[in-house]
Design a protein around this ligand. Structure first.
Ligand code: MF3
Ligand code: CO
Length: 250
């Protein structure tokens, strides 16, 4: 069931997204060589809790941290710890906040200098996939219009598109209906309507589509070891189109 959010709920989700955006503004500059992923996680947790929120991923299916940090060939759900950021890394940071029962979700991949041309291109194309997906959002359009926008742009660039993990509804829980796949295929294809809130999140690989789950039970990596990028926004469907509720680069 897709929940249509009312004005009170939308205001709550907006605030949660605003807090998450402020956190991303703090995290971006903190991603420098030598910092450990555990330190970034601690920074995020402290920030969220100091502002009255809860890290939404912490404890979700027993996930042990506030951020997912996925570096280079890691696609999503990397667990923060003692690993340190190195020059040239592509550092994916994914976070969700529960602020008074209202949930936000966003992710960005931060390229640490010196940035290789390959990293720059994958990162740019993945951001473009997200922009094109958001441009497809309007009442009457369908979920697969979002999927097609991501898929076609990534494939035209010669990249792999992750199939096992999707975007999703969000706002009143970490994950809600509908699923928002990044590939064109079967599956439910509901129409978008004002008041829907979607987490749109292309996960794009420099190599093939295939991914593998690591033995830690969480970390997802590319099967061929190729670089992977991930950008995500929480997006509200409005009467005329889309309103992007999160930000990480404005
Ligand atoms: N960030 C993921 C998403 O966008 C959710 C992470 S769930 C966790 O759907 F348990 F790994 F935290
Ligand atoms: Co998400």
């Amino acid at each position: 069931m897709i929940r249509i959010k009312n004005q009170v709920q939308i205001q709550g989700i907006r605030k949660s997204c605003e807090l998450l955006s402020e956190l991303f503004e703090e995290l971006g500059p903190a991603v420098v060589p030598g910092i450990s992923t555990g330190e970034l996680d601690a920074l995020a947790r402290k920030f969220i809790e100091s502002r009255g929120g809860k890290p939404a991923f912490l404890g979700y299916y027993d996930y042990p941290a506030s951020l997912c940090i996925s570096i280079n060939e890691e696609v999503i759900h990397g667990i923060p710890g003692s690993r340190t950021v190195k020059p040239g890394d592509l550092v994916g940071i994914d976070c969700g906040i529960d602020l008074g029962g209202y949930f936000s979700d966003a992710a960005m991949s931060v390229a640490v200098p010196p940035v290789s041309p390959e990293t720059e291109r994958l990162s740019r194309v993945t951001r473009e996939c997200l922009s094109l997906a958001i441009a497809a959002v309007r009442p009457g359009a369908r979920i697969h219009d979002i999927s097609r926008a991501v898929f076609e742009h990534a494939k035209a660039a010669g990249y792999g598109v992750v199939r096992q993990y999707c975007g999703h509804g969000v706002g009143l829980a970490v994950h809600e209906d509908p699923q928002v796949p990044n590939y064109v295929g079967g599956g439910p294809n509901p129409r978008l309507a004002p008041g829907m809130v979607l987490a749109i999140e292309p996960m794009i690989n420099a190599g093939g589509d295939a991914v593998v789950d690591l033995e830690d039970g969480w970390t997802v990596v590319t099967e061929d070891g190729s670089l992977s990028a991930h950008f995500e926004h929480t997006v509200l469907v409005t009467a005329s189109g889309a309103e992007v509720l999160t930000r990480w680069d404005a």
